[in-house]
Design a binder for this molecule. Sequence first.
Ligand code: SF4
Ligand code: SF4
Length: 429
Amino acid sequence: MQTHFTEAQKANPDIAEADKILRNCVHCGFCTATCPTYTLLGDELDSPRGRIYLIKDMLENDRPATEQVVKHLDRCLSCLSCMSTCPSGVHYMHLIDHARVHVEETYKRPWFDRLQREVLARLIPYPNRFKAALALGALAKPLAALMPSKLKAMLDVAPLPVGRSAMDEPGTYKADGQRQHRVAILPGCAQRAIAPEINDATLRLLRRHGAEVVFPANATCCGSLVHHMGREEQSHAQAKAMIDAWWPETTEGGGQGLDAIVINASGCGTTVKDYGFMLRNDAAYAEKAALVSSLAKDISEFLATIGLMTPAIETGQRVTYHAACSLQHGQQVRNQPKDLLAAAGFTVSEAAEAHLCCGSAGTYNLLQPEIATRLRDRKLGNIAATGPEIIAAGNIGCITQLAGKAGVPVVHTVELLDWATGGPKPAGI
Ligand code: SF4
Ligand code: SF4
């Protein structure tokens, strides 16, 4: 694609990067076929190629975002299915991330949208605040039918608050038996508030496989949630705080060293793996960020590398694996979770249209509830056709989006692997 940025514009490293990405696009349109919003809405402007044109026009002309541009960019799930499909290697993620920052800086949203985004950005990344909000939400649920549609959608998907996890404390957890690996984990934010059993299962599983696990003090949200809302300052501050939390454990930071930073929420994993890019122009953090990104591994990637131990029990249940977009498209981690579940003794299926998003996508199901619900129902229909007894996924967003409507338990992959290798049976199974 030809671009016409001036040299002065390209002096801005973000614009120079956008120019490079845009020039890789050859307009072929292969990406439209696998884009969930184009599949549902059939509008070119709701396809990757259409959005790329909108972003190019906005950035090249140095224009504030318009209502029409915002409408189509907001409808993008950042599912990155287009990146898996694109034969030219167009880095759509970095382009849409930059466009969202431009929108945030140049467009004034209607007051309710501003309020809703502000509330989400100030609540979800902070587990204690989020839990308190969920407790209030639980009280308001009976009144949901009387509320405006966007508020009702938020209450509908809000899970019930849960208690603290026994293992949800910073510290170093020794390996069961002889130490063979040393890893840190990302404790997370929303997941920690609504499904602490996932961190419990992760810790048991890692320790059982000979890993000493560091649960860093001063851990925050990784920044992913607000990063996808275009709130660059907040997301970079959260990324730096997480780097500061892990850094003392690395050999470069004077610690005992880490074989990996293990992440069990794939939406977060995609962002942590991108820290090196996000902070590339920050003199104080660029090198540290690059190192942290190079250490980041999804839990399934790490376990696949060290090998799953022999199962302790016979399982055999039919598990349909739902591939979170952030894992299959964002990190290109596709087979490891399925292979691990099969090695643990489960009978594993994958549903038709596995490349399509379930509609969760961070805060998307709260901000775009109609499209998100259509995608969820389509996903559940495809999954039901496989006749599962259990649905497994590697991302809390997908689990929350599908749970309750699936008719069968929806659990994290690590909960099943933990159960099969000696842990407790996941609740609901
Ligand atoms: S990220 Fe997903 S929704 Fe957005 S353009 Fe790409 S395929 Fe479509
Ligand atoms: S598939 Fe890639 S090169 Fe083709 S239109 Fe889409 S982004 Fe551009």
